[in-house]
Design a protein around this ligand. Sequence first.
Ligand SMILES: *Cc1c(COP(=O)(O)O)cnc(C)c1O
Length: 495
Amino acid sequence: MKFISTRGGECVTGAQAIAQGIARDGGLFVPEVFPSVSKEEMENMLSMSYAERAATVLHKYLDEYDFDGLKAACEKAYAQFEDGDAAPLVKIDSQLYILELFHGPTCAFKDMALTLLPYLLRKGCDLCGIKEQVLILVATSGDTGKAALEGFKDAEGVKIMVFYPNEGVSKMQKLQMATQEGKNVNVVAVRSNFDDCQSAVKTIFTGESYKEELHKKGYILSSANSINFGRLAPQIAYYFSAYLDLVSSDQIEMGEEVNFAVPTGNFGNILAAYYAKRMGLPVGKLICASNKNNILTDFIRTGVYDKRREFFKTMSPSMDILISSNLERLLFEISGREPERVKLRMDKLAKEGVYQLYDEELAAVQELLWADFCGEDETVETIYEFFEEYQYPMDTHTACAMYAAGNYMAEHSKDKSPMVVVSTASPYKFPQDVMYAVTGNDIKDSFKAIKHLNLATAMKVPKSLSKLRDKPVRFTAVADKNKLYEEVLKFVDKN
Ligand SMILES: *Cc1c(COP(=O)(O)O)cnc(C)c1O
């Protein structure tokens, strides 16, 4: 299978798309065609383990990777998840389910892809005959950074450097990154917000002079952000797996439609659901949930993407984003795969901060997606009320999706399709906020909050978080947003 750039400039293999991360013209790699999964193949997948299902879906896109290698890599990746199930589906009632994607090493859904990306990348480089060391640069709003560091620590032939907004991540997220182990890792806080981190990193990726200088030092650049197709592909698998679990537990018949509600930031997770749908998974509506930073809600309701607005820091920091980079991949599809239109809009967004869809494109977007956003008070209320009713504690991001799903179901009572709310983080990753929502107690210390939340909810504390407390802090650097390349050079030259 070949991959093309959303901006028209390139056509590469899957291995190359992953090794490179982003197209040279600044566009994102997308599959030339969507592979399809037949009903018979779906039937066959029913009895498979999560790892086998994932390998089956991945191999549809990455057909130059050998299947057995992929399967072994998936088995190894998903064996790191606590309690043996990488993506358990929890039944709340006859119409409502929660897909828990937070049982990995860093307690957020990013682990679903980032435990596997090191294999996809190393193998991809081998397939392309790339001999250089790979330098991975990551901009993170909190969860990607840790998951990428954990995935790539001490990986052969790879160095990884993570940038996060100094004031824009939770205490727990910061501590997770600052205490990261591994010889090949570096973490730098940036005096700015996530969007600035992301565009600064993108500037390095697309700057030929930077790339040349690093190449002379023996490095090629790649990305572990969700612009990399290697991040997206493993995420498609859990939509299939959730669906198959609904079928195998007799909740639905094969072929019935299912809705998914996804807490959305960079549009990577929900885009994977769309890709699953394009491959033939019977997906009904996709509920795109935002927090107070509701740019996507406005976009889906009106067709106008306008980033000229205030940026809010919320208790769901991984969704504090104004530029959702993966939206470019959706734009490409709904514009009828016209790279010129994508380019025009991305230029307009960069220069004027706004672009608008044509009416027929907006209609296509609304056919696929329904959007809502959840403010700070509503986040707290949703966690509280859901816990009161079901004794199920949710994290702050998941709460946004639950809130949006509830509103969708209230407004569309005729739509009887099951609703799967995608849970993207463990409540223990945001323990103060969840503790406050559940009990009204405002506990300043993260580890105390974890302990009390455990007492209040009886939900098991993930081992990786309870161990954090005793780990030494290794990274304290803070840099200005226009000095990130200097930090990269320092890191490369030191090693
Ligand atoms: C990254 C993240 C999101 C947003 O996912 P996108 O793929 O960027 O839309 C939501 N919740 C949590 C907990 C996350 O870590």
